[in-house]
Structures are given as C-alpha cells and as structure tokens.
Ligand binder design. Structure first.
Ligand code: WQD
Length: 369
C-alpha cells in the first residue's frame, strides 16, 4: 500500500493515542510517536509492536519543552500531519492541580502549532477535544450536535479543551496553510481485540469501565454507582460509550479529509463559505480549514445499563452499591454523530457487548495488583 505520508502522534503511548497508531498504520500512514510517559509506560510500545510487527519511530519527549520538541521536527522533516493527544485528562485531578493542567495542556499545544507551521511539510492538525466543552446540555440539544452552545466547563481539564479549540480556531484564521479538525470525544471504552494494548489507569481508576473490570477481577471490592436519583429512566447518569478502536478509525478519516482537501484558502476564496448560525468560530469556519466533529455512537446508556450489560456480555458478576452523586458529573449527554457520518464517512459500529468483552479480555492480561 502506498505510504500516505508521515504523521506525528503526540501522546502516542496513551490509551487513545496507541490505538490510533495502529489504525493509522493499517490505513497506510507512516507514524512517529512522541510521549513523556507522564500517564503511560514504554511497555505500550511492545504491545504496538506485537500488533503491527515492527518498532514504530518514537521519541521520548515532553511536548511542553519547545527545544526538545523542535528536535523531533529536525529529525523528521517530512511530517504532513499531526494528531495531538498529549494532555493531562483527569477531571478531578485538574481541580486539585490547575497550573499543571493549563501549563501542560496549553503550552504543548502552542508548541505543536508553532512547530507544525514552521517545520512541518504540511500543517494539518487533528486535535483530541472532548464533549466536556458542552457542559450539561439542555434536553433540547440531546442528542447533542456540534452546533450546540459551548458551556464553560467547571473543571480546568474541560476549560483547557475549550481554550485549545479557541487557540486552534484563531490560528487557522492567522495561518493560511494551517488546517485543523477538532474531534470531540464522548466516552471512549474497551481495548484492542488482541488485548496487547488497552486502558492503563494510574492508581484507582476514575473512569467507569476500568473500575468495573478491576472490580470484576477482584482488584476492587465493589463498584460505587455514583447516584441513582437523577432524572433518567433508571436514575443513573447517561453517557455515550464509544469503542476506542472505532474512535481511532475516526482519526484516520479526519486526517484523510485534511490531507485530501484542496488548499481550502483557494476554495474558500472561490466560494464564500458561510459559517453555521451562532457558530462559536465564524472566522475559522469561513476559512474552510476548520472542522469539528462529535465522536459518539449516538446512543445513550446509563451506568446501571452498562453494569448489567457487562455482566451479561462476560458472564462475570461483581458487587456494586449505590453511592452518593459525584461532584461535577453531568446528568446525561450523548452525541448526534450524523455530521461525522456525512462528512467523514465514519460511524461507530461495534456492539456494546463486544466492546465490554474487549475491556474484560484486556483486564485479564493485567497483574492483579
Ligand atoms: C461515567 C459515568 C459517573 C466511575 C469522561 C472523561 C472526560 C471525557 C468524558 C474525554 C458517570 C459514573 C464512574 C465510578 C460511577 N472524555 N461512574 N462509578 O465523567 O463522563 O468523563 O468522559 O475527554 O475526560 O473523564 O466518565 O467514566 O468517569 O463516568 O458511577 O466508579 O460513570 O458518575 O456518570 P465521565 P466516567
């Protein structure tokens, strides 16, 4: 298969980054990964090698260190695109350590934009954004479209994602060669079918599915279901749980789109692109080089439905108790993924039972610490 070009993946040994490396290689892209192992380990590179059959190009780099990051672009001058995953991502931790989150998440992005503009062969950036930019949408916006109003996030994590989208959209307006696609993830879950890579939470998992699988494995005594008194059918919170491999495939589609697009500046000049009504980024949209997509299944599942779905899919029972609500949780949010289907030709297709089985298969490869 023809090499479609060299892509830089920041956060390449992270949960979503590692799964995206696999799908990029499967699709014929060449990749170079960077990571500082703040929230991952070099062992992930062994897992990637077992799947693709070779050691990927990799540099241990902190993207917030400009000089160190610049060396990657000197060593690999043919980069035609970047996918930016490198960021701290724990909502709760961000409230305790705001400066860590703003410094790491914003400075690493500023460095990437600057270096892509100055040193890369082509400046195409796919950005790992989040449905947290929507806050708790009102019921009239569920399932939530990209045109829903953005609500200031209560956490520095969420705010850093909102700031990142502002920085990228302003950069697209300022730099005529820069093209950006922001992908707003809902709840990524599951693991690669080989179980060679998967989610590796540090310490006690914050997210639901790794907590479920660790409880099922006997590592945790029981799962706390944070609240069953919400205004939902069974009282527990609703989310849009998307298979991490389906999510990874969307990044390939987003890159294909950016790399395949004519220089949008010419197209935009030729036919005046009108920004969506009430767009938060009118100038960027009008440039024809700014794209935003919600990446979800379009189906909401409650916590209790996921718990019961896991037990049904795997046959593994585990203890769970109803606990008080968790501060900062939104009650219900799930995606309208029709724009990604229409413009990227992408759809999350894996049945939830298969996804939950993949998470359990991965958990069984991990030490019962
Ligand atoms: C899901 C539901 C909890 C743990 C995450 C990421 C965020 C963003 C969106 C990408 C909630 C409940 C959880 C537990 C529980 N992703 N829960 N017991 O909060 O939706 O946010 O996805 O940017 O970065 O953090 O995911 O898995 O923490 O919670 O009852 O032990 O499960 O209350 O309703 P969340 P989560």
């Amino acid at each position: 298969m023809k090499n479609k070009g060299l892509i830089l993946i920041t956060g390449a040994t992270g949960y979503i980054g590692s799964h995206t490396v696999i799908e990029l290689i499967n699709a014929g892209y060449d990749v170079v990964g960077v990571d500082n192992f703040y929230n991952s380990t070099a062992k992930v590179l062994d897992g990637i090698k077992k799947i693709v059959g070779f050691n990927i190009k990799f540099e241990e780099v902190d993207c917030s260190d400009y000089k160190a990051f610049e060396k990657v672009f000197v060593k690999y001058p043919n980069i035609v695109g970047a996918i930016h995953f490198a960021a701290c991502k724990a909502v709760g931790e961000s409230i305790e350590k705001p400066l860590l989150y703003y410094r790491n998440n914003i400075v690493s992005l500023l460095n990437l934009i600057d270096l892509m503009n100055k040193k890369a062969k082509q400046a195409n950036i796919v950005f790992s954004s989040s449905c947290t930019v929507y806050g708790q949408p009102s019921k009239k916006y569920l399932p939530i479209p990209e045109t829903a109003p953005l609500v200031k996030s209560p956490s520095p994590y969420g705010k850093s994602k909102q700031m990142a989208e502002d920085i990228l959209s302003d950069s697209v307006v300022a730099f005529p060669e820069l093209k950006v696609c922001a992908l707003r993830y809902f709840n990524p879950i599951g693991a690669h079918p080989t179980a060679y890579i998967g989610e590796l939470p540090n310490g006690v998992p914050m997210n639901l599915v790794p907590f479920i699988t660790q409880t099922a494995a006997g590592i945790r005594d029981h799962l706390n279901v944070f609240g069953d008194d919400y205004n939902t059918p069974d009282g527990s919170c609703i989310r849009d749980y998307i298979y991490v491999v389906d999510l990874a495939k969307a990044h390939v589609k987003a890159l294909d789109k950016l790399l395949g697009e004519e220089p949008e500046a010419k197209k935009a000049a030729a036919k005046k692109i009108v920004a969506a009504k009430n767009s938060p980024y009118p100038a960027a949209e009008a440039s024809g080089r700014w794209f935003v997509y919600n990446l979800g299944t379009g189906k909401g599942l409650s916590v209790l439905q996921l718990v019961k779905g896991f037990i049904k899919a795997t046959g593994v029972k585990f203890n769970y108790v109803i606990a008080p609500r968790r501060k900062g949780d939104v009650e219900q949010v799930w995606a309208d993924p029709s724009k990604a289907k229409k413009e990227l030709g992408w759809k999350a297709a894996t049945p939830i039972a298969e996804v939950l089985k993949s998470a359990w298969k991965w958990q069984q490869t991990l030490p019962k610490k």
